[in-house]
Design a protein around this ligand. Structure first.
Ligand SMILES: [Zn+2]
Length: 57
């Protein structure tokens, strides 16, 4: 058996829908990686709420 080092390089990445920056796979996303669209909770919450538009006028 060989031990592998530096396999961090094999982590998948995505582009954040909000800030358009690439982010890497994280352990906390291992079950939901296919659904992850934002690099952080901050970006997820800063998405434009379409329901708020009708309240503006
Ligand atoms: Zn982001």
């Amino acid at each position: 058996m060989k031990s592998f080092k530096g396999n961090k390089a094999h982590l998948p990445t995505k582009i954040c829908t909000t800030c358009k920056r690439p982010f890497s796979w994280r352990k906390k996303w291992e079950k939901v990686w296919d659904e992850v669209k934002y690099c952080s909770d901050k970006c997820r919450q800063s998405k434009i709420p379409s329901a708020a538009n009708k309240l503006s006028s």
